[in-house]
Write a protein that binds this ligand. Structure first.
Ligand code: PMP
Length: 415
């Protein structure tokens, strides 16, 4: 990122920043694209694209294997990516940073491995009503195998967790709590620090799904005291196919491996295998090397802009979008929590979200429609889905104006 983008007061110039994202200068259906689906996957800055190009042109070889210089350089770049992520989330050690494919794999790893070791009949796993399917189904699989049961913290009409219910559901039967930091469907920012404190008071570990928090705010895993924290590269301006599972060394040492294969072993005989040390014990097979390099580049890019600057700017966008959309007759915002990230989910009386999304597409506006992989949450609100606009720091007020105009037009056509 060029230094000129940072103004002296450390806020950034969004118009300059937008130029660093090539895709934002393209068209969709004959209109300059308005990209409002960053919660599904963010766009990529040139610096990331360059780093991947550089890797394949100059650095590629398998890692941790070759004695030759190229392999050692690739290994260094791969491990440098891990160190950058350790610093980015303030983990105590790089042994606690496991490369996975994304949030989904991070949760599956914990549910499977922790589940095999610690869950048994009569135990409970506590999740919330606003979880993404990827923080529900892996626990259902673990419960099927162990005979444990899932309990669900309900949400109120604003889309906030009902904390009195959390207090009531957290019992001596609870073996793990697994909750989302920021809801992808509603934007609610959950009080994860309070949840972790309360769970720890009862000796219960906590996994936090950070897929939607990492791109928008500073996360310090030691300050949160999270036992596990997982997120995806592709939502934080990095590559697809890579993600991070942070886990406290204490847990990761005690948990059994997830996948078996090369890299995760120390010695293998047909009778017995001994496992590699952390983090490699959980990293079977050739890793996503362009991904580990890319996610490190993305983390540094975010740090340069500054998470506080990002959070402040996106909050302005959220307030502006909420105010403008609320003025549209018959439009109802779903998810009105006091503490929200830059997501606006809404419905328009007498229309189906899919139809609204289709008209917006024709106008060059990319939004998400449907249940957002949170069907139980949609059931809680008694709706099939919503239209969701989600913002990143590269969006501007002109994007929101185009959205508002588009929604008005869609409402008029569909009613
Ligand atoms: N959790 C949340 C809250 C999400 O928004 C998503 C992605 N929509 C996921 C988990 C799954 O992430 P991925 O598909 O990158 O594994």
């Amino acid at each position: 990122m060029s230094e000129t983008i940072l103004k002296p007061d450390t806020t950034f110039d969004v118009e300059e920043l937008r130029k660093e994202f090539p895709l934002l200068s393209t068209e969709m259906n004959g209109h300059p694209i308005v990209f409002l689906d960053s919660a599904a996957s963010s766009q990529k800055p040139q610096v990331l694209i360059d780093s991947i190009d550089h890797y394949y042109k100059n650095l590629h070889a398998n890692v941790h294997r070759g004695v030759y210089q190229l392999s050692q350089e690739a290994t260094h770049a791969h491990e440098e990516g891990r160190k950058r992520i350790q610093k980015f989330i303030n983990a105590g050690s790089d042994k606690e940073i496991i490369f996975v494919r994304g949030t989904t794999e991070g949760i599956n790893l914990v549910a499977s491995s922790f589940g095999r070791k610690y869950l048994k009949e009569g135990d409970e796993v506590l999740i919330s009503a606003m979880e993404h399917h990827s923080n529900i189904v892996p626990w259902q699989l673990a419960c099927e195998q162990s005979g444990a049961q899932i309990k669900v913290i309900p949400v109120n009409d604003e889309g906030e967790l009902i904390m009195e219910e959390f207090d009531r559901l957290l019992t001596e039967k609870t073996k793990i709590v697994s909750v989302v930091h920021v809801s992808n469907a509603l934007g609610t920012i959950n009080p994860v620090k309070e949840i972790i404190e309360k769970a720890h008071a009862k000796g219960v570990p906590v996994l936090v799904d950070g897929a939607q928090s990492i791109p928008h705010m500073k996360v310090d895993v030691q300050d949160l005291d999270a036992d596990f924290y997982t997120f995806s590269g592709h939502k934080m301006f990095g590559p697809t196919g890579i993600g991070i599972l942070y886990g406290k060394e204490k847990w990761l040492n005690e948990m059994p491996p997830y996948h078996g294969g090369g890299e995760m072993i120390k010695t293998v005989t047909f009778e017995k295998t001994t496992y590699n040390e952390l983090p490699f014990k959980f990293e079977a097979g050739t890793p996503d090397i362009e991904g580990s390099i890319g996610i490190g580049v993305a983390a540094e890019y975010i740090e340069k802009i500054g998470q506080e600057n990002i959070a402040r700017y996106e909050h302005e966008l959220l307030e502006y979008a909420t105010e403008q959309l609320s003025q549209i007759e018959g439009l109802r915002i779903v998810g009105t929590a006091k503490n929200k990230a830059s997501v606006v989910s809404f419905l328009i009386d007498g229309t189906h979200p899919y139809d609204v999304g289709t008209i917006l597409d024709k106008l060059g506006i990319a939004v998400r429609t449907g249940h957002h992989c949170t069907q139980p949450l949609m059931d809680r609100f008694g709706i099939p889905g919503t239209v969701r606009a989600s913002f990143a720091f590269y969006n501007n007020k002109a994007d929101i104006d185009r959205l508002v105009e588009g929604v008005k037009r869609a409402a008029k056509m569909l009613r």
